[in-house]
Design a protein around this ligand. Structure first.
Ligand code: C5P
Length: 297
């Protein structure tokens, strides 16, 4: 018997970053929006814990115990006195190391799949607590839709979304390390008084109303200067999307994936084509949001 869970990618439509905390993390006001690019994670009983991955970026995915899907299986098994003997297969379509929470998505999906396979009876709150231990973005991958994350980003409040948003995502060559981007944020803000992060009322209102143009005006990412500082060529990708008619551009999370909010599906195809021919990215993907969270298929 196997269980398969489908799980979405995310974009941060607002990422407000506060000063570094004593534990090294940063307080955030992190507005997550799930987008319809999905990984599928299948767990099957086996003699030991193993991980395999398929898909265009599969070679970049670690298959050892550092993989969040493996860590999720171990965390759940430990809590319930179960041996984590499963084979985990990740059918990967979310860009790897891109700021779209692909690794976090696989962690949430493996957790939900193992929970179903083992019939642990864990509550939703227990699953969310395990997600938060695995990483700051993992709880949102379980929940999906849209949510404001405070603290490290793991304390979620759901946001209703009143419409469909159309996006293009440009996938860069090579990844960017999340800790390195936060470190660069610290360096760039060292001489400034970093304000406490707060969600933008205009942005939350734009999501609730499903108003694309208002959302375009309100997008923001405090990690963007740090990502551009570490990877200056991302500015060329952003300019190529703007030139092709994107309403707004944004580095996705800690990057290097860049996000382009567009008016409709037709504009999405046009912007994706322009990005591909611009030579400023490895590939371009079209997607809509919101998308549901981790779901057993
Ligand atoms: O929680 P997660 O393991 O995804 O975080 C990866 C890294 O990103 C952390 O080790 C930290 O350097 C940085 N981070 C941070 N503040 C946050 C979330 C992540 O500094 N709120």
């Amino acid at each position: 018997m196997s269980v398969t869970v489908r799980v979405p990618a995310k974009v941060n439509v607002q990422l407000a970053v506060g000063a570094a905390r004593p534990d090294g993390f940063h307080d955030l006001a992190n507005v997550f929006l799930a987008v319809g690019l999905y990984d599928e994670v299948t767990v099957t009983p086996a003699d030991e814990l193993t991980v395999t991955c398929s898909g265009p970026d599969a070679a970049q995915v670690p298959l050892d115990a550092s993989n969040l899907a493996a860590r999720a299986a171990i965390a759940l098994a430990d809590r319930h006195g179960i041996a984590p003997h499963v084979h985990i297969h990740i059918a990967k379509d979310i860009p790897v190391a891109g700021g779209m929470a692909g690794g976090s998505a696989d962690g949430a999906a493996a957790l939900l799949a193992c929970d179903a396979l083992w019939s642990t009876g864990a509550t939703r709150d227990e699953l969310l607590a395990i997600c938060a231990e695995l990483g700051s973005d993992v709880p949102f991958s379980l929940v999906g839709g849209a949510a404001l994350g405070i603290g490290r980003g793991e304390q979620l409040t759901t946001i209703d979304v009143g419409g469909t948003f159309h996006w293009v995502f440009a996938v860069a060559d090579g990844g960017l390390s999340t800790p390195a981007v936060y470190g660069e944020f610290d360096r760039l803000t060292a001489d400034t008084d970093v304000p406490a992060p707060a969600a933008s009322p205009a942005l939350l209102d734009a999501l609730r109303r499903g108003d694309t143009h208002a959302l375009a005006d309100a997008l923001s990412n405090d990690l963007q200067p740090a990502a551009l500082s570490l990877r200056p060529s991302l500015a060329d990708t952003l300019a190529a999307g703007t030139g092709a008619g994107a309403l707004a551009t944004l580095v996705s999370g800690s990057g290097p994936t860049t996000a382009f909010l567009v008016a409709d599906a037709e504009s999405a195809r046009k912007v994706a084509d322009a990005l591909l021919t611009s030579g400023t990215c490895r590939t371009a993907r079209v997607a809509v949001s919101p998308a549901p969270g981790a779901t057993v298929l």
